[in-house]
Design a binder for this molecule. Structure first.
Ligand code: HEC
Length: 111
């Protein structure tokens, strides 16, 4: 009986977790991906460092339906000339799924 109850809880918990991550996209995981890939050495959420703040990127592209794809491309291939004189290097080791996730996460940045 004890065994049956605890495995039922296990199943319910797994369900709750799966729903939570589907609801918020995987945007929470994107912050870890950004940390792991050194994005924060040039970017911060709200202030310009070497690159623009993620909030100002989100503001600039608000309402642009192609923004997700074009930011994904900037992250993957690198970017220069859009924000100033500093250039962003390419990130060839990130998968297409990861750069799209990062692009959507940046677009969701709020002050
Ligand atoms: C070496 C510094 C550096 C690193 C590391 C870096 N960036 Fe950038 N990033 C920049 C600079 C500089 C720009 C502005 C480029 C320009 O003017 O076109 C930029 C621009 C961007 C933009 C806007 C692109 C556009 O098309 O307007 C996004 C989104 C972005 N970075 C996300 C990221 C993410 C996510 C990472 C980590 C995978 C990252 N950056 C890592 C320096 C960096």
């Amino acid at each position: 009986m004890r065994f049956a109850l605890s495995s039922l809880c296990g199943v319910l918990l797994a369900c709750a977790t799966a729903q939570a991550s589907a609801a918020s996209g995987d945007l929470a995981g994107a912050a870890d991906l950004a940390k792991a890939n050194g994005c924060y050495s040039c970017h911060a959420a709200a202030e310009k460092i070497v690159g623009p703040s993620f909030v100002s990127v989100a503001e600039k592209y608000a309402g642009d339906k192609d923004a997700s794809a074009s930011l994904a491309q900037s992250i993957q291939m690198g970017s220069k000339g859009k924000w100033g004189r500093a250039a962003m290097p390419a990130h060839p080791s990130l998968s297409p799924g990861d750069v799209t996730l990062l692009a959507n996460w940046v677009l969701a940045a709020r002050p």
